[in-house]
Design a protein around this ligand. Structure first.
Ligand SMILES: CC(C)(COP(=O)(O)OP(=O)(O)OC[C@H]1O[C@@H](n2cnc3c(N)ncnc32)[C@H](O)[C@@H]1OP(=O)(O)O)[C@@H](O)C(=O)NCCC(=O)NCCS
Length: 185
């Protein structure tokens, strides 16, 4: 019997070697990560830096995940410490537009082991993945002006503000030729 055509929205395929370096390993999020992610995202010291800082209920998180799975323009990762694969946070490449070769990078959380370079390493690795694995030529990032840790990390990776300094949140951009590898910082 002929089966009806079904359009399956696929996530982009990313070569595994792009998702790992000496500092971090990025693994695509899975259903079993959702409660850990929600607990991190609901922490007061984390949610204040997100555009929508409201607490997230378990059902909302599940609904978000179902929609996420159907969206080929959004890939989200658990950030793991490379040494022992311990999950320490999250990062996402989203609004992926293959035609315009543009995407955003964000949802960066380092929940455990802050101040040791994991945030920088996760952002650097996600940017490399977007450029080398997804063919992105312009990456965007938004950071609230009071978030000095995130601004320093964005700057260290090579992001620069792309519009007026008064804008809130601050919009930053990075092109592949301006990414700053760890050894150069
Ligand atoms: C922002 C956040 C991700 C930072 O994570 P972190 O792991 O503590 O950050 P890092 O240790 O990588 O960076 C801290 C500093 O080290 C620098 N750094 C770390 N490793 C580096 C490296 N290998 N090369 C160059 N610079 C490095 C960073 O630029 C930064 O500068 P500083 O020393 O002047 O402070 C974390 O505080 C967090 O999760 N905050 C709440 C959520 C949030 O704000 N997310 C971002 C939303 S835009």
């Amino acid at each position: 019997m002929r089966r009806p055509d079904v359009e399956i929205m696929m996530k982009p395929i990313i070569p595994a070697e792009l998702l790992v370096d000496e500092a971090v390993l990025l693994t695509p999020i899975a259903a079993e990560d959702l409660e850990m992610m929600r607990a991190w995202r609901n922490r007061d010291d984390i949610r204040i830096w997100f555009n929508d800082g409201r607490l997230i209920e378990a059902a909302q998180q599940q609904a978000w995940y179902r929609a996420y799975l159907e969206n080929p323009a959004d890939v989200m990762f658990i950030v793991r410490r490379a040494a022992d694969r311990k999950p320490v946070g999250t990062i996402a490449i989203y609004h992926i537009d293959p035609e315009a070769k543009r995407a955003s990078v964000g949802r960066l959380i380092i929940a455990e082991g802050r101040g040791g370079g994991l945030g920088y390493a996760a952002l650097f690795r996600a940017c490399r993945t977007a450029f080398a694995g997804l063919g992105i030529e312009t990456l965007e990032s938004e950071v609230k002006s009071g978030n000095s840790a995130a601004l320093r990390i964005n700057h260290a990776v090579g992001f620069r503000p792309c519009a007026s300094a008064e804008e809130e949140p601050i919009k930053m951009q990075l092109r592949p030729e301006f990414i700053i590898p760890p050894s150069k910082v």
